[in-house]
Design a binder for this molecule. Sequence first.
Ligand SMILES: CC(C)(COP(=O)(O)OP(=O)(O)OC[C@H]1O[C@@H](n2cnc3c(N)ncnc32)[C@H](O)[C@@H]1OP(=O)(O)O)[C@@H](O)C(=O)NCCC(=O)NCCS
Length: 179
Amino acid sequence: MEFLTEHKGREAEIIDLFTLAFTVSEGEEEGELIGKLVRNLLDGTAEKDLFVFTADEDGTVIGGIIFSRLTYEQDERILFILAPVAVAPHQQRKGIGQRLLTHGLAALRRAGVDIVITYGDPSYYAKVGFVPISEADAQAPMPLSRPEGWLGQSLTHRAMAPLKGPSRCVEALNNPVFW
Ligand SMILES: CC(C)(COP(=O)(O)OP(=O)(O)OC[C@H]1O[C@@H](n2cnc3c(N)ncnc32)[C@H](O)[C@@H]1OP(=O)(O)O)[C@@H](O)C(=O)NCCC(=O)NCCS
């Protein structure tokens, strides 16, 4: 297995992986929704606002994670939000997701990112260093339907919270359906 950062020219394969993983775990409607989200993230986000990492085996994408910029207008630190994450159904529970996340987080740290936020299953993301954060300490771009899933981690020695001011996500995520 190898980790790749370049997604140009491989968009269709990456979108298909996310669509399949979410269709199998959450149903067809969710699969389609996340597939469209990934398309919009890849096609509609400025390069400086996006990190895409894939796990590949024998030339096939078997895992993917996407980070996009999250801006707190009154905070000078550099933040990205991790969403979504997927591993091909027949490759799950072999540690690929965790290895890919560890790889991606290390790459963002090297790139000078201060904080990574995510929104998902606290017990899954705790395995790679995420801890719960309150909306008082880090306002979400939109009202959260599952505040217990609002998670973050500092990639520096500095404490994560509090983050100042309202936050803004990239256009692809700017839809209440994802929050
Ligand atoms: C969630 C997902 C990315 C995990 O990938 P993975 O490669 O299977 O994960 P790992 O093998 O690294 O799992 C690490 C740990 O997470 C837990 N875990 C993994 N998949 C899980 C699942 N579907 N439900 C609950 N816990 C899970 C396990 O406890 C596992 O530890 P273990 O090996 O001690 O059991 C993958 O199941 C997936 O693509 N699911 C569908 C899409 C999705 O839900 N994405 C996450 C929301 S954005």
